[in-house]
Design a protein. Structure first.
Lengths: 111, 120
Protein backbone atom coordinates (compact mmCIF):
# COMPACT_ATOMS: atom_id res chain seq x y z
CA UNK A 1 0.00 0.00 0.00
CA UNK A 2 1.63 3.28 -1.11
CA UNK A 3 1.37 6.43 0.95
CA UNK A 4 -1.03 9.15 -0.14
CA UNK A 5 0.75 11.94 -2.02
CA UNK A 6 1.12 15.38 -0.44
CA UNK A 7 3.34 18.32 -1.44
CA UNK A 8 6.54 18.36 0.60
CA UNK A 9 6.11 21.97 1.59
CA UNK A 10 3.66 24.85 1.41
CA UNK A 11 4.26 28.39 2.62
CA UNK A 12 2.29 31.57 3.08
CA UNK A 13 2.36 34.93 4.79
CA UNK A 14 0.37 35.69 7.94
CA UNK A 15 -3.27 36.27 7.12
CA UNK A 16 -3.12 34.45 3.80
CA UNK A 17 -4.86 31.18 2.92
CA UNK A 18 -3.07 28.03 1.89
CA UNK A 19 -4.29 24.67 0.64
CA UNK A 20 -2.62 21.28 1.06
CA UNK A 21 -3.59 18.49 -1.30
CA UNK A 22 -3.71 14.77 -0.56
CA UNK A 23 -3.93 12.52 -3.60
CA UNK A 24 -4.86 8.87 -3.40
CA UNK A 25 -6.73 6.38 -5.52
CA UNK A 26 -10.20 4.95 -6.02
CA UNK A 27 -9.30 2.40 -3.31
CA UNK A 28 -8.78 4.95 -0.57
CA UNK A 29 -9.50 8.70 -0.81
CA UNK A 30 -11.89 8.29 -3.72
CA UNK A 31 -13.74 5.35 -2.21
CA UNK A 32 -15.05 6.68 1.11
CA UNK A 33 -15.45 9.90 3.05
CA UNK A 34 -13.01 8.78 5.73
CA UNK A 35 -10.21 11.27 5.21
CA UNK A 36 -8.62 12.82 8.29
CA UNK A 37 -6.03 15.57 8.70
CA UNK A 38 -3.46 15.82 11.50
CA UNK A 39 -1.20 18.65 12.65
CA UNK A 40 2.16 17.80 14.22
CA UNK A 41 4.46 20.33 15.82
CA UNK A 42 8.13 19.33 16.31
CA UNK A 43 8.56 16.83 19.12
CA UNK A 44 4.83 16.57 19.69
CA UNK A 45 2.17 13.96 19.02
CA UNK A 46 -0.15 14.44 16.04
CA UNK A 47 -3.40 16.31 16.67
CA UNK A 48 -6.62 15.60 14.79
CA UNK A 49 -7.74 18.70 12.86
CA UNK A 50 -10.33 17.35 10.41
CA UNK A 51 -12.22 14.05 10.27
CA UNK A 52 -14.51 12.48 7.68
CA UNK A 53 -13.30 14.92 5.01
CA UNK A 54 -14.71 18.16 6.39
CA UNK A 55 -15.64 17.89 10.06
CA UNK A 56 -13.77 19.78 12.79
CA UNK A 57 -13.36 18.28 16.27
CA UNK A 58 -14.42 20.46 19.16
CA UNK A 59 -11.74 23.03 19.94
CA UNK A 60 -10.20 23.20 16.46
CA UNK A 61 -10.24 26.65 14.92
CA UNK A 62 -12.74 27.26 12.10
CA UNK A 63 -9.79 28.59 10.09
CA UNK A 64 -9.19 24.93 9.21
CA UNK A 65 -11.46 23.36 6.61
CA UNK A 66 -11.44 20.20 4.52
CA UNK A 67 -12.90 19.05 1.23
CA UNK A 68 -12.62 16.29 -1.32
CA UNK A 69 -13.00 15.90 -5.06
CA UNK A 70 -12.52 12.51 -6.65
CA UNK A 71 -9.28 10.96 -5.46
CA UNK A 72 -7.92 14.18 -3.97
CA UNK A 73 -8.66 15.64 -0.56
CA UNK A 74 -7.64 19.13 0.53
CA UNK A 75 -6.98 20.99 3.76
CA UNK A 76 -7.31 24.77 3.68
CA UNK A 77 -5.93 27.02 6.39
CA UNK A 78 -7.30 30.54 6.20
CA UNK A 79 -5.98 33.58 8.06
CA UNK A 80 -2.59 31.87 8.43
CA UNK A 81 -0.97 32.38 11.83
CA UNK A 82 2.53 31.72 13.14
CA UNK A 83 1.21 28.89 15.33
CA UNK A 84 0.03 27.05 12.21
CA UNK A 85 3.64 26.35 11.26
CA UNK A 86 3.86 22.56 11.57
CA UNK A 87 3.76 19.31 9.62
CA UNK A 88 0.39 18.18 8.31
CA UNK A 89 -0.63 14.63 7.40
CA UNK A 90 -3.73 13.27 5.74
CA UNK A 91 -4.98 9.73 6.28
CA UNK A 92 -7.64 7.60 4.66
CA UNK A 93 -9.42 4.33 5.12
CA UNK A 94 -8.41 1.96 2.35
CA UNK A 95 -10.16 -1.02 0.86
CA UNK A 96 -6.85 -2.78 0.51
CA UNK A 97 -5.93 -5.29 3.19
CA UNK A 98 -4.02 -2.61 5.07
CA UNK A 99 -7.10 -0.72 6.38
CA UNK A 100 -5.46 2.68 6.86
CA UNK A 101 -2.89 4.77 4.97
CA UNK A 102 -1.21 8.11 5.76
CA UNK A 103 -0.01 10.82 3.43
CA UNK A 104 3.63 11.69 2.88
CA UNK A 105 3.31 14.84 4.98
CA UNK A 106 3.53 18.57 4.24
CA UNK A 107 5.64 21.11 6.07
CA UNK A 108 3.80 24.40 6.39
CA UNK A 109 5.97 27.49 6.78
CA UNK A 110 4.62 30.87 7.80
CA UNK A 111 6.79 33.50 6.15
CA UNK B 1 -9.62 13.74 29.72
CA UNK B 2 -8.37 11.08 27.33
CA UNK B 3 -4.89 9.87 28.20
CA UNK B 4 -2.78 7.31 26.38
CA UNK B 5 0.62 6.41 27.81
CA UNK B 6 2.95 4.15 25.84
CA UNK B 7 5.80 2.17 27.38
CA UNK B 8 8.10 -0.71 26.60
CA UNK B 9 10.36 0.89 24.03
CA UNK B 10 14.13 0.52 24.09
CA UNK B 11 17.16 -0.72 22.22
CA UNK B 12 16.97 -4.22 20.75
CA UNK B 13 19.22 -6.19 18.42
CA UNK B 14 18.07 -7.14 14.90
CA UNK B 15 16.02 -10.31 15.08
CA UNK B 16 14.98 -9.57 18.65
CA UNK B 17 11.56 -9.02 20.20
CA UNK B 18 9.86 -6.29 22.18
CA UNK B 19 6.37 -5.76 23.60
CA UNK B 20 4.91 -2.29 23.71
CA UNK B 21 2.08 -1.32 26.04
CA UNK B 22 -0.37 1.56 25.98
CA UNK B 23 -2.28 2.40 29.17
CA UNK B 24 -5.58 4.15 28.47
CA UNK B 25 -7.64 6.33 30.79
CA UNK B 26 -10.32 9.00 30.65
CA UNK B 27 -12.68 7.03 28.40
CA UNK B 28 -14.39 3.64 28.18
CA UNK B 29 -11.51 1.70 26.65
CA UNK B 30 -13.56 -1.38 25.80
CA UNK B 31 -15.85 0.66 23.55
CA UNK B 32 -13.14 1.92 21.22
CA UNK B 33 -11.02 0.47 18.44
CA UNK B 34 -7.31 1.23 18.74
CA UNK B 35 -4.36 1.81 16.41
CA UNK B 36 -0.58 1.69 16.50
CA UNK B 37 1.18 4.24 14.28
CA UNK B 38 4.93 4.75 13.99
CA UNK B 39 7.27 7.51 12.87
CA UNK B 40 10.88 6.84 11.93
CA UNK B 41 13.33 9.58 12.92
CA UNK B 42 12.81 12.60 10.66
CA UNK B 43 10.18 10.75 8.60
CA UNK B 44 6.41 10.74 8.20
CA UNK B 45 3.67 8.80 9.92
CA UNK B 46 3.18 5.13 9.05
CA UNK B 47 0.09 3.23 10.14
CA UNK B 48 1.06 -0.11 11.74
CA UNK B 49 -1.93 -1.98 13.14
CA UNK B 50 -5.59 -1.79 14.15
CA UNK B 51 -7.76 -3.78 16.53
CA UNK B 52 -11.53 -3.57 16.77
CA UNK B 53 -13.16 -2.66 20.08
CA UNK B 54 -14.15 -6.26 20.76
CA UNK B 55 -10.87 -7.64 19.43
CA UNK B 56 -12.64 -9.59 16.70
CA UNK B 57 -10.78 -7.97 13.79
CA UNK B 58 -7.15 -7.01 13.42
CA UNK B 59 -5.37 -5.43 10.47
CA UNK B 60 -1.68 -4.85 9.80
CA UNK B 61 0.54 -2.91 7.43
CA UNK B 62 2.30 -5.13 4.89
CA UNK B 63 5.65 -4.07 6.37
CA UNK B 64 4.87 -5.74 9.73
CA UNK B 65 2.44 -8.50 8.78
CA UNK B 66 3.52 -11.85 10.21
CA UNK B 67 5.98 -10.21 12.64
CA UNK B 68 3.83 -7.90 14.79
CA UNK B 69 0.70 -8.77 16.78
CA UNK B 70 -1.76 -6.26 18.21
CA UNK B 71 -3.86 -7.23 21.23
CA UNK B 72 -5.81 -5.68 24.08
CA UNK B 73 -6.74 -6.41 27.68
CA UNK B 74 -9.92 -4.50 28.49
CA UNK B 75 -9.71 -5.53 32.16
CA UNK B 76 -6.45 -3.54 32.34
CA UNK B 77 -7.42 -0.79 29.88
CA UNK B 78 -4.25 -1.64 27.99
CA UNK B 79 -3.30 -2.05 24.34
CA UNK B 80 -0.27 -4.11 23.30
CA UNK B 81 2.01 -4.53 20.31
CA UNK B 82 4.16 -7.65 20.27
CA UNK B 83 7.04 -7.10 17.86
CA UNK B 84 9.14 -10.06 16.73
CA UNK B 85 11.94 -10.49 14.17
CA UNK B 86 12.76 -6.81 14.47
CA UNK B 87 14.69 -5.06 11.69
CA UNK B 88 16.58 -1.81 11.44
CA UNK B 89 13.72 -0.26 9.50
CA UNK B 90 11.43 -0.82 12.50
CA UNK B 91 13.35 1.88 14.38
CA UNK B 92 10.75 4.53 15.15
CA UNK B 93 8.65 6.34 17.70
CA UNK B 94 5.57 4.18 18.22
CA UNK B 95 2.29 5.92 19.01
CA UNK B 96 -0.91 4.32 20.21
CA UNK B 97 -4.03 6.14 19.10
CA UNK B 98 -7.72 5.78 19.81
CA UNK B 99 -10.02 4.95 16.94
CA UNK B 100 -13.19 6.90 16.31
CA UNK B 101 -16.67 5.43 16.85
CA UNK B 102 -16.81 4.69 13.14
CA UNK B 103 -13.72 2.52 12.95
CA UNK B 104 -12.95 3.36 9.33
CA UNK B 105 -12.70 7.03 10.27
CA UNK B 106 -9.16 6.72 11.62
CA UNK B 107 -7.61 7.71 14.93
CA UNK B 108 -8.47 10.79 16.97
CA UNK B 109 -6.48 10.97 20.24
CA UNK B 110 -2.79 10.04 20.39
CA UNK B 111 -0.26 9.21 23.09
CA UNK B 112 3.21 10.75 23.26
CA UNK B 113 4.94 7.67 21.88
CA UNK B 114 7.65 5.22 22.93
CA UNK B 115 10.94 4.95 21.05
CA UNK B 116 12.12 1.65 19.61
CA UNK B 117 15.69 1.41 18.32
CA UNK B 118 16.81 -1.70 16.47
CA UNK B 119 20.58 -1.80 16.34
CA UNK B 120 23.46 -4.16 16.97
Amino acid sequence: QSALTQPASVSGSPGQSITISCTGTSSDVGAYNYVSWYQQHPGKAPKLMIYEVSNRPSGVSNRFSGSKSGNTASLTISGLQAEDEADYYCSSYTTSSNFCVFGTGTKVTVL
Amino acid sequence: QVQLVESGGGVVQPGGSLRLSCAASGFTFSSYAMHWVRQAPGKGLEWVAFIRSDGSSKYYADSVKGRFTISRDDSKNTLYLQMNSLRGEDTALYYCARGRRIEAAGPDCWGQGTLVTVSS
